[in-house]
Design a protein around this ligand. Structure first.
Ligand SMILES: Cc1cc2nc3c(=O)[nH]c(=O)nc-3n(C[C@H](O)[C@H](O)[C@H](O)COP(=O)(O)OP(=O)(O)OC[C@H]3O[C@@H](n4cnc5c(N)ncnc54)[C@H](O)[C@@H]3O)c2cc1C
Length: 480
């Protein structure tokens, strides 16, 4: 018998483990587990489970239309596998490879050990252009192409012969998780919705991709918004790459989709980083930066997490993210830069909060990007995002700011961007009191930015930082 274990691959097409189960002709049990270790992880939250379970619900419907069964269980995977073995005897385990947080890495090591001890074969298949055991990036780009342009694993569910397990086992692992409602603007899970985002993006939404990508409001419709569907595997990255290439062939002006496609490349590039260096979830990649940002200011954390720093664009982005699970790339970078540069705080606390808020939490991209924006890698250009300048460039009318920080609604745009510059007369005129209607700024943006740049540049230029930066780039920079 086969057991197909679904993880971050909640789809029924381009699914190699399913295809292999069909090819074998053996009866197959398919399941997804809500794992207690992940429920308790500081990186997972209600919105992730909600999205995953919406994906599972659709998988179950499609399976059922094809007279197949798919089980949703809650429990530790080893307990589940042990119970299956007790009831059914030996089986072959099939799944996709996962590059994730330490909790899933440790769980996979335990599953491997359990399989060895129980003489169970575990066949794992690549689901991204991410390879196990890589020591450097020689030929990595070529191998990305090989993976992406390989044929899609077409699954004909009518040929899958599924089995259900004894009711006592299903009862033992019956899901108990309670899912709360989320904001109406939160994306909803499921492969068919993911397909709709892909189709509308390739059809027309891509037209302003390049122009809007940095704008907090406009990016919400001009970017693909595929990230949660890719992160939880409702769509495979290979299907998205191949559909993009087909569409590009039909188009005269290809630049927007070419830019988009390069990001699909970065997707795997960053996950490969975590695959090779799992410690980056916890530690600075470049230890030269260990001597700064060691003390967490709890009051700062509370103000930053709740969007009450008194810096309007920072607060608007955070409140929008907390409510809807999404903010665009540049504003994510600015939130991290503000926390780690202007406030000189440890990136680890930012990573915990943001991973729970991003509906598209993808560990490889997440930790690599956070360290890059915090400047702890050492070979990238240091970028300190000034939130005032970002607002002037990307939200000059302060529409986005006012939507999420309605306390500033009465102010003209320039004052809504920098309310601390209001004169007494203006404050009276607009009936607005800084410190009462909206918080005093948590720091002086210009001054804090200057201190951060000086501090970080000094470390970055040190011989220790350069020594480690060279070692890191030797491992992670693509060499074709
Ligand atoms: C601090 C920080 C944390 C981030 N954490 C995550 C995360 O947990 N999950 C996540 O999917 N993205 C993350 N990103 C990358 C990026 O912001 C999102 O992928 C993007 O905003 C998602 O929107 P979209 O699908 O409309 O993107 P599009 O611009 O339409 O891009 C298409 C896809 O390409 C990939 N992609 C886009 N930008 C990047 C990038 N810079 N690096 C790697 N892959 C990229 C994503 O899979 C995305 O869905 C993070 C960025 C920063 C600065």
């Amino acid at each position: 018998m086969n057991v197909v274990w679904f993880k971050r691959d909640l789809r029924w097409q381009d699914h190699q483990p399913l295809l292999e189960a069909i090819k074998s002709g053996e009866p197959t049990f398919c399941f997804f587990a809500i794992e207690p270790a992940l429920i308790n992880s500081e990186h997972y939250s209600n919105r992730h489970w909600k999205f995953m379970l919406e994906c599972v619900e659709e998988v179950q419907k499609v399976f059922s239309k094809n007279n197949c069964s798919f089980s949703l269980l809650e429990g530790n995977v080893i307990d589940i596998l042990s119970s299956i073995k007790k009831q059914q005897g030996k089986f072959r385990l099939l799944s996709h490879m996962e590059t994730g947080i330490d909790v899933t890495f440790q769980r996979d090591l335990e599953v491997k050990k359990w399989c060895r001890e129980n003489e169970i074969t575990w066949d794992e298949y690549q689901q991204q252009a991410v390879q196990r055991g890589r020591k450097n990036r020689k030929d990595w780009t070529t191998q990305w192409d090989d993976f992406m342009y390989a044929p899609i694993a077409k699954v004909d569910l009518s040929k899958l012969n599924t089995v259900t397990l004894d009711e006592s086992l299903i009862e033992k692992f019956r899901p108990k998780i309670e899912i709360k409602k989320e904001h109406t603007d939160m994306q909803v899970g499921g492969r068919s919705l993911g397909m709709r985002y892909l189709d509308s993006f390739l059809d027309h939404r891509n037209q302003k991709y390049g122009r809007h990508i940095s704008k907090p409001a406009e990016s919400r419709t001009s970017c693909s918004r595929l990230s949660p569907y890719l992160a939880w595997g409702a769509l495979s990255i290979r299907e998205v790459v191949q559909a993009t290439v087909v569409r590009m062939k039909e188009m005269k002006y290809k630049r927007n989709l070419a830019n988009f496609k390069s990001r699909l490349h970065w997707h795997c590039h960053f996950i490969q980083k975590l695959e090779g260096e799992p410690e980056m979830e916890f530690k600075n990649q470049n230890p030269a930066f260990d001597k700064i940002r060691n003390e967490l200011n709890v009051e700062y954390l509370k103000r930053w997490e709740h969007g009450i720093t008194g810096i309007p664009l920072v607060d608007a982005c955070m409140r929008c993210l907390n409510a809807t699970g999404y903010i665009n790339f540049r504003m994510r970078a600015m939130l991290v830069s503000f926390w780690t540069h202007h406030l000189l705080q440890p990136w680890q606390s930012a990573a915990d909060h943001l991973s729970k808020q991003f509906l598209d939490f993808e560990p490889g991209i997440h930790f690599a990007q956070i360290q890059m924006q915090a400047g702890t890698v050492g070979y990238h250009t240091l970028r300190t995002y000034n939130p005032t300048k970002q607002a002037q460039e990307h939200d000059p009318e302060a529409k986005f700011i006012k939507k999420w920080v309605p306390e500033l609604n009465n102010l003209p745009p320039q004052n809504a961007i920098t309310p601390w510059t209001l004169t007494q007369m203006e404050s009276m005129m607009y009936d607005f009191e800084l410190g009462k209607d909206y918080p005093q700024p948590i720091c002086n943006v210009e001054e804090a930015g200057r201190i951060a740049r000086d501090t970080l540049h000094e470390i970055k230029n040190s011989s220790t930082a350069r020594h480690f930066a060279k070692k890191i780039s030797d491992v992670h920079v693509n060499k074709k």
